[in-house]
Design a binder for this molecule. Sequence first.
Ligand code: HEC
Length: 154
Amino acid sequence: MSRARRFPVLAAVVAAVALASCTGEETGPPFREVAGTRLLMASVMEPAADHLWASVGWIITPEGEEKIQPQTDEEWILVRNAAVTLAESGNLLMMDRRKMDDEDWIGWSRDLIDAGDAAMQAADARDVQGEQVYFACAGCHAQYWANDPNQFRQ
Ligand code: HEC
């Protein structure tokens, strides 16, 4: 078979594979988004982040710096749970119905996944910091929180 005759066959195979992968997407899991971006922030992410930030850090007292951190295994588990919630929220933000674009939005969501993952591992090592999570939240807000109440579905 000549090159010229083989090419259309190859093109047809490529087209068939492309079609199959499109169809595959349509028949994927039946996601049903209950919380839009704003409600996900308010009900899932903010409580988890608040718990994390309230549980770790430093306070300055007249006697000097005092480290705040969980005191019991149970308290550490709650901090770890918050870290897992934040990490997986990054994945939820990347879902088609929520993502604003395929570039920086994905980048900030990925930063949140990394930050939550790091906090989870740090909780296991009993040494959590809150900054990395904070930078992922603040970075995305600076870019996408347009203060337009109609932009995101509740
Ligand atoms: C990938 C982008 C992105 C990341 C990461 C992100 N946010 Fe948001 N967040 C938004 C956008 C966009 C809005 C504005 C939603 C609106 O105006 O309806 C918002 C709004 C909020 C709100 C206001 C919700 C309300 O009821 O009006 C809170 C609270 C919030 N974010 C908390 C957080 C916290 C805490 C984190 C980090 C743990 C975080 N967000 C990470 C994009 C992000």
